[in-house]
Design a binder for this molecule. Sequence first.
Ligand SMILES: CCCCCCC[C@@H](O)CC(=O)SCCNC(=O)CCNC(=O)[C@H](O)C(C)(C)COP(=O)(O)OP(=O)(O)OC[C@H]1O[C@@H](n2cnc3c(N)ncnc32)[C@H](O)[C@@H]1OP(=O)(O)O
Length: 736
Amino acid sequence: MTQELRFDGKVVIVTGAGNGLGRSHALMFGARGAKVVVNDLGGGIHGGGQSSSAADKVVAEIKALGGEAVANYDSVEHGDKIVKTALDAFGTVDIVINNAGILRDVSFQKMTTEDWDLIQKVHLKGSFSVTHAAWPIMRDKGYGRVLFTTSGAGIYGNFGQANYSAAKLGIYGLASTLAIEGRSKNIHVNTIAPIAGSRLTETIMPPEMIAALKPESVSPLVGWLCHESCQETSGLFEVGASYFSKLRWERSLGHVFGTNKNISIEDVANKWEKIGDFTDAEHPTTINDTFGVINAAIAHKSLGGNQFIDLDTASSASVVRECSYDERDLSLYALGVGAGADPLDAKELALIHEANENFCALPTYAVMQPANGIVQALYDGNGGLPGLNFGFDRVLHGEMYTEIKALLPSRAKLKNTYTLKAAYDKNPHAVTVLAISTTDETGEELAYNEFTAFVRGGGGWGGDRGPSGDANKPPERDADIVIEERIDPGQALLYRLSGDTNPLHVDPAFAKSFGYDKPILQGLCSFGYIGRHLIKACCDGDPRKFKSIRVRFAETVFPGDTLVTRIWKESDTRVLFEVSVKERGKLVIKGGVGEFFKDALVRKPRSAAVAAEQVNAASPDDVFSVVAAFIAEHPDLAAKTKTSFQFNLKGPDSQWIIDLKDGAGSCKAGKLDKPDVTIDLDSALIEKVMTSTLPEIQKLYFGGKIKIGGNVAASNKLTAVLGIDKNRYTKKAIAA
Ligand SMILES: CCCCCCC[C@@H](O)CC(=O)SCCNC(=O)CCNC(=O)[C@H](O)C(C)(C)COP(=O)(O)OP(=O)(O)OC[C@H]1O[C@@H](n2cnc3c(N)ncnc32)[C@H](O)[C@@H]1OP(=O)(O)O
């Protein structure tokens, strides 16, 4: 900032401006264009006497510098008179500097009531009185800057200054409330605790220190806080001898016993260390920050001595959440975890392009829907999921285990059943393990997940510490396979669209409040990358061979990092792995274990009820499901599938091969030479079905001509027909 900050046209009252700090402030304002009311009673430092000479001298100094100033000799107890001087001379008041003060230092033992009252009168009541007289003027004009002067003696206490300490901390309380009341009227209120050599301090400081503590080194802070371009309000600053700093409150995370418990003195004594433990301390800035904590404590009914983990639910019934996904979700997720960086990589394209004949869900998508249920619960601070009594401000994803039980369909309605498997007290933190079983509409279990949450400051209830140490350490030899991949700097923003909208990954301010320099990558995003690495390295690129993965998120990963996955083969179906970040040489994933199926999982036909809902579907999966459902409903055809059953599903321009065997099978684009059955799609028939059943779909999608494969919109039409009217259509076709 190079432009001079001036106060032209602004009217400033500086109390106690005849000497020391007040004089320095007044000269600074005068030199920068302000009209200054130089108030000074001209008394001694202990409150006796009166003289106009001190104020007059400073007025003369300001005028000599080319500025405008008037003197005022009233006591600050009569703030209205001081403000009247400003109004009479300059017509308004813009800035009030409450600086005047005296000392009556004496030990508390010897302090008289008069010593006490006098100090309260000059400091606390004086600050009130001047500010109170100027307040309506500043409110009416919608502009004001008020500065109060407190002291280290007020903030920290000081021997022999009980009266002064009380008044000075009272001033800070006054300032804090005025900052709130003035905010809507553009009145900013700040407080400084100056350390300066002045008449008040020369009796208690050695001369060389007094010389170093020039009042002139305090005034620049006063000038900045009172400038119209400064937005600071409610601040408290220590300043002196070229040192400028800001103070704030700090509060330990504390301890909540739970309101259902009668708290004893012994309970408090037992938790004393925790109550005073400033690890992960908070910095409250408003009274609501305190009420929030108290309300949370009142709201807690079943804490059993801990605030964030609902231990009661550890043994209670599971919670079920329903959700669904489709091809678009799978594609978006695959992109979110780095697939498609090379659009010509055919194996990865099959994870993204829903009409690809090998289209298949990335197996790690199995974590996504269960995770989204947790994310929703975290938004609520307690979404009814077992164990969760905390929000995003506490949680880091600690560990993850995912096991695939059946091939994920390209679309499904899911039931996720959440159970709190364990809660460990890693004092001062906590670790919870949520077990989630995922089933589809048919009741078949598709996946099993274990989410481990690291809950900052959530421990300390004296519970079991749980497993310790590093599990699944890799052997001390070079890795068998190393895969390196850079995460795009914008990856967290793309990944969050799959559902993990935790602000920690997108909002720089939130990340800062959590203790990070910038937003961090979602744990499950790294997880997805690593899943892809394992598929590439250990499944020959076939996601259908992927069985399970276990990781510990040991260090933070940031978007833009390069992941280096090191894999050690234990057998054909099991590996250990670790992941580090190339740029920082940090190990970010420890204890990794991957397991694989010897033979790729195969699709199983889904029930007719499920298939009937596959309208507007676009993928081979859906075509397959519908046809397989039809077959299942026709015993003659079903019997054939026990051995092998193949047929062509033919449209005017392209064809699908459906291949069924032992209740499982595949569907891909192409034409069999010798199919068991050929179902010939007749566009006239389709048009008739569409016209009679779904004219709006026809209007949108159907132009009298159907294409299959390659053309997604056309695939929609095909499966819509099969789904809606499959019996009528396929019967006729097969009969033909
Ligand atoms: C849960 C469902 C989530 C669903 C998704 C929604 C939320 C998401 O948006 C949130 C995220 O994605 S966060 C991003 C991913 N996670 C991270 O970046 C965390 C990385 N890990 C760390 O920073 C440290 O390990 C850290 C900070 C976690 C721990 O480090 P320290 O404090 O140094 O701990 P330390 O002293 O080493 O160990 C204390 C005890 O805790 C155990 N522990 C350590 N790391 C753990 C971890 N990652 N998971 C589980 N337990 C862990 C230690 O073993 C130790 O216990 P003991 O002494 O008994 O061995």
